[in-house]
Design a protein around this ligand. Structure first.
Ligand SMILES: [Zn+2]
Ligand SMILES: [Zn+2]
Length: 339
């Protein structure tokens, strides 16, 4: 497919989409765009995370009697399921689009592939190996730890469990709100770890991948992984059904890939593509101090002045903000004038 119909490529081979990012239409009063927005909201990613949540519930999550008691058996079983799931999803996209380079650099924001750039910041100088190992050593175990804790709480009645028959309307509304909960939680913890000490020792690990690929998605310092997956705690407070909780967990775990695909569109056939929803977070990896949240469903970035929609104007605003920040820092460091 000709990606130059949808964007431009610079001399370095970096592709930029023509369409700028927009916050959700109801915040802009564009109610005529609601239909298109709703379709993109559900399909394909949230539908995929919901489908995997239901599959887990049917085939993987043990029965409640088993989960009343903590044991290595069912915890390791869940770990294995998560590890395989991540391997298939992240590894699959990595394999076809980064190893086989199925669509070369069409729709790719950064014209280079991480494997072409060995760097000392990574374990074994390899972004891929570093990211892969951190995913499996820290993030998938932490994901499973929170999951086991939450299911154990549900099994013992410590978290309020609503059934679908009597609460289908409320639970359906809650399903629709899950991506909003995810965006708020992610924004808050992400903004927090972009401060001094936490950035330097914790979050910088994730930002070593300036040109992210699927394996970068969960490549985090364990403190970040712990905070990232703590999102499940919302469902210890909000009455829900474990399937909704799993949907949220999968949007967090499997859904981490969305921001790190590196391509704006994944070509499925000659004529059809699948949107990655990666652009906002790609810009975060490129510029660091913009777009702490997601796609603008709850536009916290816009409200706090961090929003970058990919346009030249947003670039200017960002540079102005950085200039002001620098001046403020310089003023702080300057010696106080003698009285
Ligand atoms: Zn990231
Ligand atoms: Zn960050």
């Amino acid at each position: 497919m000709d990606d130059l119909k949808f964007g431009t490529r610079d001399k370095r081979g970096n592709w930029t989409p023509n369409d700028h990012l927009d916050i959700a239409p109801f915040w802009r009063g564009k109610f005529s765009e609601l239909g298109k927005f709703a379709l993109g909201y559900v399909w394909p990613w949230n539908a995929f995370h919901m489908a995997t949540a239901v599959l887990y519930w049917i085939f993987i999550v043990p029965d409640m009697e088993t989960m009343k008691t903590l044991s290595w058996g069912w915890a390791l079983w869940l770990f294995a399921a998560n590890a395989v799931g991540v391997f298939l999803l992240f590894g699959g996209i990595e394999f076809f689009y980064y190893v086989k380079r199925k669509q070369e650099t069409r729709f790719k924001y950064n014209g280079k592939f991480p494997s072409e750039h060995p760097s000392d910041v990574f374990w074994f100088k390899s972004q891929n190996l570093d990211n892969f190992l951190r995913t499996y050593i820290f993030s998938v175990p932490l994901w499973t730890l929170w999951e086991v804790g939450a299911l154990w709480a549900f099994a013992n009645g410590w978290a309020e469990w609503l059934n679908w028959e009597d609460n289908w309307l409320y639970l359906s509304m809650l399903v629709l709100l899950v991506p909003a909960i995810h965006e708020i939680h992610f924004f808050v913890i992400h903004r927090l770890i972009h401060t001094g000490f936490l950035y330097k020792y914790v979050h910088s690990v994730h930002h070593n991948s300036i040109n992210p690929s699927p394996w970068s998605s969960l490549s985090m310092h364990p403190v970040e992984g712990f905070l990232y997956f703590s999102e499940i705690l919302w469902f210890m407070l909000i009455p829900t059904n474990p399937i909704v909780m799993l949907f949220n967990l999968h949007s967090t775990g499997f859904g981490a890939i969305n921001g790190h695909i590196g391509f704006d569109q994944l070509e499925l056939t000659e004529e059809t593509t699948m949107p990655s929803h990666a652009y906002a977070h790609y810009l975060h990896h490129k510029y660091f101090e913009v777009n702490y949240g997601g796609d603008g469903l709850i536009p916290l970035d816009k409200w706090f002045g961090y929003w970058h929609d990919g346009s030249k104007e947003a670039d200017e605003q960002m540079k102005e903000r950085f200039r002001k920040k620098k001046a403020k820092l310089a003023a702080k460091k300057a010696p106080t004038p003698a009285e």
